[in-house]
Design a protein around this ligand. Sequence first.
Ligand code: SAM
Length: 333
Amino acid sequence: MKPIEQYDNQHLIDPQGRSIGYLRLSLTPACPMRCSYCRPEVIDDLPNQNTLNVNQIETLVRHLVEHWGLHKVRLTGGEPTVRRDLLQIIERLSTIDSLTDLAMTTNGLTLARDAQALHDAGLRRINISLDSLRTETFENMTGIKGLPRVIQGIHAAMESGLTPIKINTVVLAGDNADQLPELVQFAAERDLEIRFIELMPMGPLANQWAERYVPESQMRDALSTVISHWQPLEQKHDSARCFRVHLRNGQHVTIGFITPMSCNFCDACNRLRLTASGDIYPCLMDQPRGNIMSAFAGKFDPIHFDTLLQQSLKDKAEEHPINGFTTMTILGG
Ligand code: SAM
């Protein structure tokens, strides 16, 4: 193991030559929603170890930025807004020079109250999950009565200055697959980007995946009633394939498809994932490959941290496995 200085200004490169510049950090496995495709009734493998605290989060992100060229962090969960110290975490991370992108994914339930504070603490971008605009479907898919609050939250995010705001919609046959045009319309009217996500075989619907999965091709067919022209947009590391589309009613909107199943984007994957209890997941669907907590046993040990990281990256899968190892509520989607 080389001393840490010899890695200065270098990048984390995996055995496939992919440069890792993007950390997705799950702040907690807790979430008030019970999304049918995400959160099992009972979580057997809920981590009971320590949760990374605000000092540890700042330390590890600062280290990754300053020594390994990390430039992007997304806070996720579970539900990141469940963390009482969320604003403090964002404030600390927003002071790190060279961290050019600080984003968060949320269910939107608390944004009506907190969007402005999140923006003012230093958050720049936000993705908000919204699976349906119809009360019954929303409640079926998320397990809670929260649609008006999420819509209010989206509006509060728009007013707060968070930009861009992206809507995430997991598409399920038998639930919302026939509702894509109205979701696109909702996004177009508010100048939001919307991303339709293919169901992944992990979590509670893993066993019903074949019946519930809707591939991108079918989503596009379902949208042809409202879309007259698809203009592909160029992107490098985005997991979504994006289009600027012309709606038949004259409006325009950006639509992304996140297609881990029909057309995976593993060859451009620049991500590393950490759970709230420090498990390292080099791949969303693969097993954890180590845990960073031992680097915080006393004072932060950067050399030990780097060893753990490098060992885990050696095992970053070239392509994601067919079935997910854990659930997204623990790992962070
Ligand atoms: N609580 C936040 C939220 O609701 O967005 C962040 C965490 S959630 C796990 C992150 C993303 O993972 C959401 O967009 C969610 O829809 C997606 N997700 C969860 N399970 C999924 C699955 N089995 N297939 C595809 N997407 C999934």
